[in-house]
Design a protein around this ligand. Structure first.
Ligand code: MN
Length: 139
């Protein structure tokens, strides 16, 4: 699925270019905040090959993130674990304090809603990029 195909068919608006977090991404992404009340939910859209850096959603209690995949094809991987391939309808429960990344496949745009699970002392730590060498090994 191309970015334009995704953008045309998606239920949730893609929003503007994700400039505020661009330093933590490889490639171009877009962000549209769906909810800023009660529970924070962002709609993140990745161009093909775009992915975020390894990162950790820290929390002393609760916390973590839930990804609801809404379009395209993508990946989710936890540190030291095999990659998981994602398609629309998939749900990923990311525990707090687990290093991971998420993003598009090389041949498809990708979109997920990112639900920020409430917790105590929550913060996100951004780590190193997923290198081309690591990424290009994925099917
Ligand atoms: Mn995450």
């Amino acid at each position: 699925m191309t970015f334009d195909e995704l953008k045309e068919g998606t239920v949730f608006e893609v929003g503007g270019e994700n400039v505020n977090f661009a330093q933590y991404f490889t490639g171009k992404s877009y962000l549209n905040m769906i909810s800023l009340e009660q529970i924070v939910i962002g709609n993140v859209t990745f161009e093909p090959s775009c992915r975020n850096n390894w990162h950790i959603h820290h929390a002393d209690k609760g916390g973590g993130q839930i990804l609801l995949v809404t379009a395209g094809r993508g990946y989710y991987q936890e540190w030291g674990q095999p990659v998981r391939e994602l398609k629309a309808g998939d749900v990923v429960n990311i525990p707090a304090n687990v290093k991971h990344w998420h993003g598009a496949t090389a041949d498809s745009a990708f979109q997920h809603l990112a639900v920020e699970v409430a917790g105590e002392n929550t913060s996100t730590e951004w780590c190193e990029p997923v290198t081309d060498e690591q990424y290009n090994k994925l099917k």
